[in-house]
Design a protein around this ligand. Sequence first.
Ligand SMILES: Cc1cc2nc3c(=O)[nH]c(=O)nc-3n(C[C@H](O)[C@H](O)[C@H](O)COP(=O)(O)OP(=O)(O)OC[C@H]3O[C@@H](n4cnc5c(N)ncnc54)[C@H](O)[C@@H]3O)c2cc1C
Length: 89
Amino acid sequence: MKIKAEFAARNVRVMTKTKVTQFCDDGIIVQKEDGTEEKIEADTMINALGFRPAPVSVEMPNACVIGDATGAANILKAVAEGYKAANSI
Ligand SMILES: Cc1cc2nc3c(=O)[nH]c(=O)nc-3n(C[C@H](O)[C@H](O)[C@H](O)COP(=O)(O)OP(=O)(O)OC[C@H]3O[C@@H](n4cnc5c(N)ncnc54)[C@H](O)[C@@H]3O)c2cc1C
């Protein structure tokens, strides 16, 4: 199954050209392409953003740092770590 079909089948909302501006206790605030903000409520947030390694775990308890956030590597490592983190939720 192609990834877009997988997302649709699992009700995953894809938001392109959208920037996460804030993490809250009950979700995230995003800024959309037109400049408007939206709050997306969530119990669990998976942060798969950015290029530079970041000490996310220090700022967010129970955070699991994956992919290039732990250091530049490759897609296989990022996907494998994401899969492992998702299964641990
Ligand atoms: C030029 C280049 C070539 C590469 N070639 C290969 C290759 O051939 N094979 C291979 O296996 N690997 C390759 N890599 C490495 C691979 O791309 C990375 O290891 C992999 O993409 C890491 O995945 P990630 O999810 O951790 O981060 P990323 O893929 O970098 O994903 C992070 C995403 O977060 C987004 N983002 C950042 N901040 C925000 C925000 N505030 N709000 C919303 N979104 C945000 C970014 O736009 C980005 O889309 C290459 C890397 C580079 C730079």
